[in-house]
Structure formats: structure tokens, C-alpha cells
Design a protein around this ligand. Structure first.
Ligand code: KIV
Ligand code: ZN
Length: 507
């Protein structure tokens, strides 16, 4: 009998374990708990919360995450030793993920064990976990470089010992989709428990290999938000899941509308920024500049968008620049309530292209300034936020501190903040104050000196972003870097609030 049932794939997210192994990333207990709560809301089936035996602090965090009562199951990583498993058991997790190297190079140089010792440790460890009534996932580490007969022997022994699922890591990311497919097909012929893929991205193939594993019958994929993880990272959750839903027509329990906000949260807490052209969550993933594209998407989004941005919690962005077309610029202006005549629009487009031809990025604020000049009237200049006053202190033995007084929607507010330097302090104070109206964060800051010398004019280009992923850019040029930064920031915040208010979305 054939079944029409849609295939459902389980997601184990390892942002908090392999993701935290990203060089330079170290999350606090509060960060990890906040991310775990978000992953659970997102719909991740299993959260790999950490490696309890690695430190006392890590053990406490994993235990705390397990106590949160999240919908996701909580898993802890453990080597195949009694001490490690005891540390994981102490955390009251739902699943213990035991691993041991099985490739010749790792058995010899990473743990200095014989294949028989490795096999015995794996079996004893799985039995020990199961004896405590906890589910056990087993990983023969570096499985894809393990000799086939030994891989089969240890996986069958692990199955007999009671493992609940088998994860076969492509630890150094050396597979390609075809070999991954064959690898999982073979596993599937002799392993009866659910199979899981854990692919690393050393050759940029982690997502493609994970999908090939699913094609061959894998039931679960290990992922990390934004593709975080050791070296080049793990398979990115947002890419794997969106492809499974949209391209394959499969199901996961992930609420794709929360993908972008989750990506932003992980990026901000981990300090690892997302490349602008990254699929699904990169700043440019739903941005269009060239004339043919902007015209196409405003007529019919499917022309240049394979999925609607809303599906992954985003909005479309039309960008002004030298490749921009009339339609795109018109749509961008209409969005903020500006309606130039055809002749004015043609002039605006010409001036935008001229600026772009000079190698300049045309910011949203530039577009409004050009439009004001062409239309001979001040447009889009409603100031929801206005600077009344500010003071900055910096020096050798003082912590850079800024105090700022702003008018926000007609009311006066004051705040002070410290920072790594005067610019950081003042921008933090502004962000703190504007959070009274809307959560807005600085997502990019670029400083360029236009002229030479200590009295050089500094040009600051910034991007600010609201919690709905709306991004607006602005610039300011002055001899005083702090003032240029403040002006660009306030300019950008005003444009963002203006866009929101025109779209009836102030909060
Ligand atoms: O990449 C890997 O092999 C791992 C194991 C610990 C599962 O992360
Ligand atoms: Zn890994």
C-alpha cells in the first residue's frame, strides 16, 4: 500500500553545543537559556544544550535548560566514559548523545585507542545510559572517514546495546551529496533505529549533504542557527528547514516565520555576524536593486523570489542604486507616502544613478534628500526623534560615557551610557532612549574619512534595524566623528520610524 503521508523530518539543533564551539564564541548562562527558549518556540524537536563534563559552569547551564519545561527535548553530549555520562545524567536531560572517534586517524591520534577498545567503550556507554532509563543517541565520530567494515561492526554492536538513534557525523565535512546519499542508503540497509545526519561545512556542502542524507532516508538532521559550529560550521537550520519545506514538500515542526528573529538573536548574542548574501537570513536575501528585478517583483513577486519573505519572517527590500529602475524607486517612495510626478520620478532616478556611478552606496536617507531637492519641497522629513542636547566624556582613566537628551514623539527623554569609546557610548544612549518607541538596533556602522589630515571630514554610514527585520540606511558627514555618528543614527532612526508609521506599524 502506498502512503500519501507527507514525510516529517526531525531537527536536532546544536547551536548551544557545536555552535558554541565556533572559534571566539562563548555564551553566558543567560544567553544560552534565552537561546534555548527561542529554539523551543521555533519548534526544534531536540536541543543539544551542551557538554556537561566540560566544566562545572556548563553542567549547571545544561541542568538549568533541562529545568525550563521547554517543549523541545533536551540532549547533552558525552564522551564514552562513565564520568562524562554521570555528569550528563546529573542534568536530568531527555537524551544523552555519546560519541567516540572511529576513523583510523582519530582513533590513533585523538584518543590513542584500538578499534576493539573503541567498540567496547561504545557498547558499555550505551548500556550504561540505557540502564538509567535515558534515551541514547550514538555517534561514531568521523564516521564518513571510518573503514566500512568497522563502521558496520560498531553500529550493529551499538544497536544491540540499545541505542535509540544513530548519528553519523561528517566531522571534517569531506563528503559530497552523491557519496552522502550512498553512505546513508547503505546504513539504512542494516540499521533499524532512526538515522541522523551531522554535516560540517568545510567545503560549503553541509546543507547539500544533509539534504542528500534525508533523500537516502535519514530521519533527523543536526543543524545550527546561522550555520555556527566548529571551523566552517554545521548545516544552517534556516537553510535546511526552508529547503525541506519549500523544495521537497516535507514537514518539520519548525515555525519558519520565526527563522529570521531567531537568526538575529543568535547573531547578536554570539557576536558572529551573518554575511549579507547568506540564504534566507542574510540582509540581501530579499533585497532587489536592478530595474528588471524591482519591476518584476513589484508586479509579481514570484518573478525573482522563490519564496515569500514573510514565510521566513522577513520583508522585501527595494534598494536604490546605479542599477535601480524607475518602478523600484517609485515603490520605495510610495511606501513612505511620497508620490512624485512622472517627470519628477525620472529626475530622481537620474540623480540616484549619478550618485551610484560615483561608487557611493545610495542610502534610504539619500533617496529622500534627492527627492526633496527634485520635488522642491521637504518630503519625508517628519522628525519623530530629535536631538536636544548631548555630552561625551572620554580620556585615559575614564570610561567613555555619553549623556543624551532627545525629543521622542514630542516628549523629552534623557539617558546616559558607557561604551568602548565615545561613539559606542553615544549610540548606545540613543538606542536606549528610542526603545521607548520601538526596539531598534544598529546593525552596521562604517566610517570613512573623505579628506586627509586631522580636520578630515568623516563620513559615517549606518544601518538600523527594527525587530521586524526592516533595515534602513543613512549617512552623515562632519569634521566631528561623534557628531557625524549621532546625525547618521538619528537620521536612520527617523527614516525607519517613518516607514513603520506609513505602514501602520509603529510598535
Ligand atoms: O562533528 C562531530 O563529529 C561532532 C561529534 C561530537 C558528534 O560534533
Ligand atoms: Zn560537529
Amino acid at each position: 500500500m502506498t502512503s500519501d503521508k507527507v514525510r516529517s523530518i526531525r531537527i536536532l539543533d546544536t547551536t548551544l553545543r557545536d555552535g558554541e564551539q565556533t572559534p571566539g564564541v562563548s555564551l553566558t548562562a543567560e544567553d544560552k537559556i534565552e537561546i534555548a527558549q527561542q529554539l523551543s518556540k521555533l519548534g526544534v524537536d531536540i536541543i543539544e544544550a551542551g557538554f556537561p563534563s566540560s566544566s562545572e559552569g556548563e553542567r549547571k547551564i545544561v541542568k538549568e535548560i533541562a529545568k525550563q519545561g521547554l517543549t523541545s527535548k533536551i540532549c547533552a553530549l558525552s564522551r564514552c566514559t562513565k564520568k562524562d555520562i554521570d555528569a550528563a545524567l546529573e542534568c536530568d536531560v531527555d537524551i544523552i548523545h555519546v560519541f567516540i572517534p572511529t576513523s583510523p586517524v582519530q582513533m590513533k591520534y585523538a584518543v590513542n585507542m584500538t578499534p576493539q577498545q573503541v567498540l567496547d567503550s561504545a557498547v558499555e556507554s550505551i548500556q550504561y545510559v540505557k540502564k538509567h532509563g535515558v534515551a541514547c543517541e550514538f555517534s561514531p565520530m568521523d564516521a564518513t572517514r571510518t573503514e566500512k567494515p568497522f563502521l558496520k561492526e560498531i553500529c550493529l554492536a551499538a544497536q544491540d546495546a540499545g541505542m535509540d538513534s544513530l548519528n553519523t557525523p561528517d566531522t571534517v565535512g569531506c563528503m559530497i551529496p552523491r557519496t552522502t546519499y550512498e553512505f546513508f542508503k547503505e546504513l539504512k540497509s542494516y540499521i533499524k533505529v532512526p538515522l541522523s545526519a551531522h554535516c560540517h561545512n568545510d567545503f560549503g556542502l553541509a546543507v547539500a549533504n544533509s539534504l542528500a542524507a534525508v533523500e537516502a532516508g535519514a530521519d533527523q538532521v543536526h543543524t545550527a542557527i546561522n550555520g555556527l559550529g566548529e571551523r566552517a560550521g554545521n548545516a544552517a537550520l534556516e537553510e535546511v528547514v526552508t529547503t525541506l519545506h519549500v523544495v521537497y514538500g516535507y514537514k518539520t515542526n519548525i515555525n519558519t516565520r520565526l527563522l529570521y528573529s531567531t537568526s538575529r538573536m543568535v547573531s547578536s548574542l554570539s557576536g558572529v555576524s551573518v554575511q549579507v548574501n547568506k540564504a534566507i537570513v542574510g540582509e540581501n536575501a530579499f533585497a532587489h536593486e536592478s530595474g528588471i528585478h524591482t519591476r518584476g517583483v513589484t508586479e509579481q513577486p514570484l518573478t525573482f523570489e522563490p519564496i515569500s519573505p514573510e514565510l521566513v519572517g522577513r520583508t522585501r527590500k527595494l534598494v536604490a542604486g546605479k542599477l535601480a529602475g524607475t518602478r523600484g524607486i517609485q515603490a520605495e517612495l510610495n511606501e513612505i507616502g511620497i508620490h512624485p510626478t512622472d517627470a519628477q520620478l525620472a529626475d530622481i532616478v537620474k540623480r540616484v544613478k549619478e550618485l551610484g556611478d560615483k561608487g557611493k552606496m545610495v542610502t534610504d536617507a539619500d533617496l529622500i534628500a534627492i527627492t526633496s531637492a527634485v520635488m522642491g519641497q521637504v518630503v519625508g522629513e517628519e522628525k519623530i526623534v530629535d536631538l536636544c542636547d548631548m555630552a561625551v566624556v572620554t580620556g585615559i582613566k575614564v570610561i567613555p560615557t555619553a549623556s543624551v537628551r532627545l525629543m521622542l514623539d514630542g516628549k523629552e527623554y534623557v539617558a546616559a551610557e558607557t561604551g568602548v569609546g565615545p561613539v559606542d557610548a553615544v549610540l548606545k544612549a540613543i538606542t536606549k532612549l528610542t526603545s521607548n518607541l520601538k526596539q531598534i538596533r544598529l546593525s552596521e556602522y562604517r566610517l570613512e574619512a573623505i579628506t586627509g589630515g586631522s580636520n578630515a571630514v568623516a563620513e559615517v554610514v549606518i544601518k538600523v534595524e527594527d525587530e521586524n527585520g526592516r533595515i534602513v540606511s543613512a549617512r552623515a558627514a562632519r569634521e566631528d566623528i561623534v557628531m557625524a555618528s549621532v546625525e547618521a543614527m538619528i537620521n536612520g532612526i527617523n527614516k525607519l520610524l517613518l516607514k513603520n508609521s506609513k505602514q501602520g506599524n509603529t510598535k
